[in-house]
Design a protein around this ligand. Structure first.
Ligand code: ADP
Length: 436
């Protein structure tokens, strides 16, 4: 069978690659767009938090430190309506100087507590304030310390803590959205690809069937030609037999009729073998087979045919090992190889050798004939395949012999292989199982 035009097979691959590229681009664009939006939104969120912090620090001035009740009220006012604010605590240095005492807090119970951890002392030293992020049972907080100064003196500390829960929820939802869209898109592409591959398979199968159909058409026209020409010859000689003719001519005509009838029988046998092999009902009678007994008479017959054609025919007689095979089928294969060698060799040599290797007996029919191109070699053992060239145009054949021969050889646990160079010649090797 001819290979499908490469471009047709490639279009299937190109389409799949195109699909993958487009989808990757969509996912990429979606991620990029979402991240851009996300960046803008988080910027806005953080800005509003920063403003909130500024408002808190701006409001809590040193004047209020001397009026704890007013301070407490102010702290409560600031917290009111701002769900993000987790805590506002105002500290002054404790009387013994060992820590910081809270004088106002969003949590009333916290008032009066003394803190002496490192961040408090750090904030006391840092005019610019300090900030850190903490994690409390899965919720992140932004903690900011700011010193309250007045007339160049350190008066107190404000601790401000606000929740990043809103921010984090937004980040999570943005990431989930990106993953969600990517996953859904990939799933859709996967479905599309499956669908596409299924249809591609059908399309390739349809193209292959088209090719088989074309080969069958070729075969039918060839088979009709092959059937018609011997029949025409037979009819012609039958007519001649009916007319006045001498005993010599009569003998000659009958011989020609018989030869053409054999040709017809061979063609019909080939067709029957194809159908039996395809249906797996070709009978095989495997037995101990005398290879020499089959090969030698054929060498004599084909030696004569080769000589008549002006070819050199080489064969070294020897004692051949017995093989495990069906004798009739071995003969059928050898006839096919020998007749092909003679048929496709216009001048030169046909040589037959027998070798033994690794429990197998190998019969090689070599010729210095037309040879076969590597492109044709790929399809040589396909049914109905015939090399099309100017030189083979005039040579009759069905393109079934090699297919039948290889199928039969394999059924006998053997094989049929070919090595050939166009314009140089061919080597066909039949592998048979050696009798133990
Ligand atoms: P056919 O009836 O056409 O000879 P085969 O199946 O025996 O059918 O061979 C298939 C094709 O292989 C042939 O048509 C021919 O082109 C090529 N072929 C077979 N044997 C040889 C050979 N010894 N040298 C060159 N070409 C060959």
């Amino acid at each position: 069978m001819k290979p499908l035009p490469l471009i047709r097979k490639q279009s299937v691959v190109v389409y799949s690659i195109f699909l993958i590229l487009v989808v990757t681009a969509v996912i990429f664009w979606n991620s990029y767009y979402s991240l851009k939006k996300f960046e803008e939104s988080t910027d806005a969120l953080l800005l509003s938090k920063a403003r909130l912090a500024e408002e808190v620090f701006g409001t809590l001035s040193s004047d209020l430190l001397s009026n704890p009740d007013r301070l407490q009220q102010k702290v409560k006012e600031l917290k009111l309506g701002e769900s993000d604010i987790a805590a506002i605590i105002v500290y002054v240095r404790s009387e013994n100087g060992e820590g910081f005492r809270s004088i106002a807090s969003t949590d009333q119970e916290d008032v009066g507590n003394i803190r002496s951890e490192f961040p408090y002392f750090l904030a006391w030293e840092e005019e610019a304030g300090s900030a850190y992020i903490s994690n409390d049972s899965g919720v992140r907080y932004w903690n900011i310390f700011r010193r309250i100064d007045s007339d160049g003196e350190r008066k107190g500390l404000v601790f401000f803590r606000f929740s990043l829960a809103e921010n984090d929820a937004f980040v999570r939802s943005a990431i989930d959205r990106v993953y969600g869209v990517a996953f859904v898109t990939l799933f859709l592409v996967f479905l599309l690809l499956l669908h596409h591959l299924r249809f591609s398979r059908y399309a390739i199968r349809a193209l292959e069937l088209e090719e088989v159909d074309r080969m069958k058409d070729d075969f039918i026209s060839m088979a009709s030609h092959e059937l018609k020409s011997p029949m025409t010859i037979i009819r012609g000689y039958v007519d001649l037999l009916g007319s006045e003719c001498g005993p010599e001519e009569r003998k000659d005509y009958i011989g020609k009729i018989s030869m053409n009838a054999d040709r017809l029988t061979l063609l019909v046998d080939d067709l029957l073998d194809v159908s039996r092999l395809e249906q797996g009902r070709l009978p095989m009678r495997m037995t101990e087979t005398d290879l020499g007994g089959i090969l030698k008479p054929l060498i004599v017959d084909y030696g004569i045919i080769a000589q008549e054609k002006g070819l050199k025919f080489l064969f070294e007689d020897a004692a051949f090992p017995a093989v495990y095979a069906d004798p009739e089928r071995v003969k059928q294969i050898l006839v096919n190889l020998l007749s092909n060698a003679v048929k496709y060799t216009p001048k030169g040599t046909v040589a037959v050798t027998v070798k033994e290797r690794a429990g197998r007996v190998i019969v090689t029919v070599a010729d210095t004939g037309l040879g076969i191109s590597s492109e044709d070699l790929k399809n040589l053992f396909s049914k109905f395949y015939r090399v099309k060239s100017e030189q083979t145009e005039q040579i009759t054949g069905t393109g079934l012999g090699l297919w039948i021969s290889r199928e039969i050889a394999r059924k006998m646990e053997g094989d049929l292989e070919v090595e050939s160079i166009k314009g140089v010649g061919s080597h066909f090797s039949l592998f048979l199982k050696r009798m133990n």
